[in-house]
Design a protein around this ligand. Structure first.
Ligand code: FAD
Length: 467
């Protein structure tokens, strides 16, 4: 395998299509090698595949015109937010036009009384929360990276807050999408519940740009809690940490965040963020609520942790201390990469029912002991979701093979426990091989949906399902 840039071939789009797109976008259509390269890769080890051209769109009307023009030529269209996905999602496997929506980055309307907001797809989650700063409301979904809201909807993203606030599935109220034939469709209203027909919003959330281009997203917002407290606590071993989490969830404590970092990952974080956490499996906690409610949650969690040997809680109460704590968690991926400069990361992303989590993680830890590669485990453990990160040497094909073999075993373990091969990163090209086993007959239904909506297979082809 090679993660070196793929040699660029000349733009292979028909001249007539190029002329049409140039008339539409002027110099916002780019065929520059560097721009194509940047839009054919994500943040992972997957081999980059550049599109033929990149279109920097600024309005729904431009997306419609572009999609119609490409559809007439049966040319692929690949939506692009910020390119932080991890499974080869944006690679142009059949060439085509990448639609970069980062210029569609307006917050359209905040409705504080209804606690919802409508945004264009290129708005990033940090931009949105900055905009909401004075409203007393916030948008909780936090995949670490400063991803676009359109990309997050398209990957059904979640992250550290999902245990309390849900994933994009629970927080997208409705979408406006441009379909493969260039129609503009709104998938639902702003009502908090509806029984009016098929749930198209949920169909498009997680569709990874394979069914249409998201041009507007309406999201639920949440009140900023009166009190927030964060802490880290080391445990004697991974099982003790995970058993603590299982007990917290089963007791019904409404914890806002609970994240696991194994000892290798803590070591990497300490070096990268210049911290001195004890090198041991560690839980990162956050509690939200009124002061009394938070105090009650903290007492209960400390009692439970104590039963499993976790007692040395370090608290972060000020915004600055909390930011430092969570920054260490959010840079965990880059901290691990820094342990082997020049290496790339292969990340698994399984999620299992909470009662099977301890078994799944401890078996995985045992499995990793024989690996010659540098590996870490991090997890959104309150959801039953964890990642094994294996660092590979891009010049050593054997190390990629080893990482793939580990990933396959982790996925097999999760599926055997009625879990899923991807809890939040999505399928892209990287997880396609596992969908047959995970979904069986349902995968055929997914193919039929794709064929019905996109018969010419122009929308981000080669992702989720291959026709
Ligand atoms: C360090 C790091 C940590 C991460 N942690 C998490 C995590 O905790 N949880 C998590 O869920 N993810 C995580 N991710 C993955 C990533 O951030 C998410 O998948 C994110 O949702 C991708 O958003 P994006 O804007 O970068 O999308 P892109 O990478 O640009 O695109 C992703 C997919 O969405 C499609 N897409 C993008 N925009 C649109 C649109 N407007 N309409 C239709 N389709 C569109 C693309 O075609 C592609 O298939 C992490 C990534 C990194 C690098």
């Amino acid at each position: 395998m090679s993660t070196a840039p793929t040699p660029l071939v000349e733009c292979a789009l028909p001249d007539s299509l190029m002329a049409e797109l140039r008339a539409l976008l002027g110099d916002r259509l780019s065929t520059a090698a560097a721009v194509r390269e940047q839009h054919g890769r994500d943040e992972s080890y997957h081999e980059p595949m550049p599109p033929d051209a990149v279109a920097f769109v600024q309005s729904t009307e431009e997306v419609v015109a572009l999609v119609k023009a490409c559809a007439a030529h049966k040319v692929p269209v690949i939506p692009f937010g910020t390119g932080t996905s991890l499974e080869g999602h944006v690679t142009a496997v059949r060439g085509g036009v990448c639609i970069d929506v980062s210029g569609m980055n307006k917050v359209l309307e905040v409705r504080t009384d209804d606690m919802d907001v409508s945004v264009q797809p290129g708005v990033t989650r940090k931009q949105l929360n900055e905009y909401l700063r004075d409203t007393g409301l916030f948008f909780p979904i936090d995949p670490g990276a400063d991803a676009s809201i359109g990309g997050m909807a398209a990957t059904r993203a979640s992250g550290t807050n999902a245990v309390r606030y849900g994933t994009m599935r629970e927080n997208v109220l409705s979408l406006t999408v441009v379909t493969p034939e260039g129609r503009v469709v709104r998938t639902g209203r702003r009502a908090r519940k509806s029984s009016a027909g098929y749930d198209l919003t949920r169909l498009f959330v997680g569709s990874e740009g394979t069914l249409g281009v998201v041009v507007e997203v309406t999201l639920r917002l949440h009140g900023i809690p009166e009190k927030i407290a964060s802490a880290v606590c080391p445990f004697p071993d991974v099982r003790a940490a995970v058993d603590t989490v299982i007990m917290i969830i089963q007791t019904g404590i409404p914890i806002a965040r609970v994240e696991l970092l194994n000892a290798a990952q803590i070591d990497a974080v300490n070096r990268y963020s210049k911290l001195n956490n004890k090198v041991a499996p560690t839980l990162f906690f956050e509690f939200h609520g009124t002061p009394g409610h938070v105090a009650e949650q903290v007492d209960m969690v400390q009692d439970i942790a104590g039963e499993f040997g976790g007692s040395d809680f370090q608290w972060a109460e000020t915004q600055e201390d909390r930011d430092r704590l969570w920054n260490a968690r959010h840079t965990a991926y880059y901290a691990a990469l820094a342990m082997r400069p020049g290496h790339k990361g292969v990340s698994s992303d399984v999620c299992v029912p909470i009662s099977r989590l301890a078994e799944c993680i401890t078996e995985t830890e045992e499995d990793l002991k024989s690996s010659p590669s540098f590996t870490t485990i991090v997890g959104h453990v309150g959801d039953g979701n964890f990642h094994v990160l294996v660092l590979i040497d891009p010049n050593d094909p054997a190390s990629l093979e080893e990482a793939r073999a580990i990933n396959e075993r982790v996925v097999a373990r999760a599926l055997a426990m009625d879990g899923t091969c991807t809890g939040e990163h999505g399928v892209g090209t990287g997880k396609i091989a596992y969908l047959e086993e995970e979904h069986g007959e349902a995968l055929d239904l997914m193919r039929r949906i794709k064929r019905a909506l996109d018969p010419d297979d122009i929308m981000n082809p080669g992702k989720i399902v291959r026709l």
